[in-house]
Design a protein around this ligand. Structure first.
Ligand code: ZN
Ligand code: ZN
Length: 227
């Protein structure tokens, strides 16, 4: 067993909670209401800000801001199989969800689906971090995880470093949804949502069939132009 130290500040953690101490978790988590569309802070508890209300917008539910240090550690899950932060951040996400449900701003999905990796990438990495997060959420919330209906059918190049237009082009027809998807509300799970290009691309497949999509992730970036 590794010593139970906080990944961010390296202080010893006394509680059962592994990976992050309470101080660092609080410092990285949202303390105010934020727009589920663009991530901007809001004074009143509403799902969307005025600008996001004017256009079709996907709800992105996350406990933490990507740029506040935590994004780096969520990224480490993928690159260094750093799983220590998953449980604590999944619990923070669950608490955020309960908060939003309590306000009547989100409706619980019937099933969870993880953003899939292409089988080549999965073989290389050995795991899909989004699936691990989704599995943890599925157990915690008792919502089924569907992992045999959404596929990454094209082995695309990594999105990092591509411009907005190239990101969209790169993902064109990258995903496929099996016939016979019978639910009306789904939460798409990813580790982080930065530009949102990937989740928007997948959401199109569901929305074409009038299935409601919300996105759950451990950390989100604000939409461009929002700070
Ligand atoms: Zn800490
Ligand atoms: Zn907004």
């Amino acid at each position: 067993m590794l010593p139970n130290r906080c990944l961010m500040c390296h202080q010893h953690i006394n509680s059962e909670q592994r990976g992050l101490c309470e101080v660092c978790l609080q410092a990285s988590s949202y303390q105010t209401e934020i727009c589920l569309g663009c991530g901007r802070e809001m004074a009143l508890p509403m799902a969307f800000c005025g600008q996001c209300m004017l256009k079709p917008t996907i709800q992105v539910i996350a406990p933490c801001r990507y740029r506040d240090g935590i994004g780096h550690w969520v990224g480490q899950i993928k690159y260094q199989a750093q799983f220590a932060v998953i449980d604590v951040l999944v619990e923070a996400l669950v608490q955020r969800l309960f908060h939003l449900e309590g306000l009547g701003l989100v409706e619980r999905p019937q099933v969870l689906i993880a953003v899939p990796l292409h089988r080549n990438r999965l073989r290389q990495r050995g795991f899909n971090q989004a699936w691990i997060i989704a599995k943890t959420l599925s157990k915690r919330l008792n919502i089924p995880l569907i992992d045999d209906m959404l596929f990454r059918v094209r082995d695309t190049q990594p999105q990092a470093g591509l411009s907005g237009k190239s990101r969209r082009k790169n993902l064109n027809s990258a995903f496929a949804l099996s016939d016979g998807f019978n639910w009306q509300r789904v939460a798409l799970i990813d580790d982080v949502v930065t530009t949102g290009t990937t989740v928007k691309e997948i959401a199109k497949l569901f929305q074409r069939q009038h299935i409601q999509v919300q996105v759950w992730c451990l950390a989100r970036a604000e939409a461009p132009g929002v700070s």
